[in-house]
Design a protein around this ligand. Structure first.
Ligand code: NAP
Length: 282
């Protein structure tokens, strides 16, 4: 039996949970696959990807800082990737790599399917305008949020994301420094990588939250602690980290490669036992 090769590329990559997730999916579905983590600084990535394909690599996941570079290396991309101009999944096809972006679908599956939260009608604040924010913003609009206010450290990127969404009635960009005057939100999503830094604190106005607010950090583990600590201090009703999204977006990738969707709950439960318990949902 041939064992097909898959890998996650990123830099840094040593702490990636992806090999554990895909090992569990493979065991559960009886699909023989090898899945490794490959450290790839951005300048080295194109050559490393080419070598991986030449050695029989069938599929790839991408994490920071490679999603946009990988998009440029695809011969074909799906609509979600075309909007985000970033891919987190590659599938080897006859004419090269097919690229997709499963971040948005992974987030929605976790929030609505696992946490049983209804996103419809929520006034929503999106912090960040990088690759992940581009992946989730259109999906949030599709999920029926009332309004999407985008704020980013570099304002031009928030403006660009708003323009790309093409929904002026619902999607707006605002300055981070003007958050005080934006009122309150029923959904606040941290799609920044700020929490990965040393000694970071989220110093956001407490008035952004109301008694219904769901606070979501796309990060998990230590990187999620600063934002979720702020969310708890602001007495948000629900607080969710990005661990469930990680498992769901991986399941979407697995399905793209193998045509089979694995059960995510057992894998999520095991990872949750080993991660800080950062989820509180009524
Ligand atoms: P990215 O493309 O590099 O974008 C980073 C974003 O964070 C940008 O908006 C950037 O603002 C902002 N940022 C960075 N440092 C900041 C700081 N000190 N203060 C304020 N804003 C800051 O990264 P990404 O792919 O969007 O990923 C964002 C985060 O989401 C990462 O930590 C990643 O691990 C996480 N993520 C999780 C999942 C999951 O499955 N759970 C999936 C995707 C991403 P500027 O534009 O001003 O630089």
């Amino acid at each position: 039996m041939t064992i097909e090769r898959f890998a996650v590329f990123g830099h840094p990559i040593t702490h990636s949970l992806s090999p554990h997730i895909y090992k569990a999916f493979a065991e559960q579905t009886g699909i023989a696959m090898e899945y490794t983590a490959i450290d790839a600084p951005a300048p080295d990535f194109p050559a490393l990807l080419e070598r991986f394909a030449a050695e029989g690599g069938r599929g790839v996941n991408l994490t920071l800082p490679l999603k946009e570079i990988a998009f440029g290396l695809c011969s074909r991309t799906g609509p979600r990737a075309q909007f985000a101009k970033a891919v987190n999944t590659l599938k080897c096809e006859d004419d090269g790599w097919y690229g997709d972006n499963t971040d948005g679908s992974g987030l929605i599956r976790d929030l609505t399917g696992r946490q049983l939260l209804d996103l419809r009608g929520r006034r929503t604040l999106l912090l960040g305008a990088g690759g992940a924010a581009h992946g989730i913003a259109p999906v949030l609009l599709d999920a029926g949020v009332l309004e999407l206010v985008i704020v980013n450290r570099t304002p031009a990127r928030a403006d660009a994301l708003m323009d790309a969404l093409g929904d002026p009635a619902r999607a707006h960009s605002r300055y981070w420094d003007d958050l005080d005057s934006q009122g309150d939100f029923e959904l606040i999503i941290n799609a920044t990588s700020a929490g990965r830094g040393e000694g970071v604190e989220f110093d956001l106005p407490l008035g952004l939250c109301n008694r219904m607010t769901l606070a979501v950090d796309l990060n998990y583990g230590e990187a999620a602690i600063p934002f979720l600590a702020w969310a708890r201090s602001a007495e948000c009703r629900n607080v969710v980290d990005g661990l469930g999204m990680l498992v769901e977006q991986a399941a979407d990738s697995f399905e793209l490669w193998h045509g089979v969707r694995p059960e995510t709950d057992p894998v999520y439960d095991i990872l949750r036992q080993h991660n800080a318990l950062l989820v509180t949902v009524d």
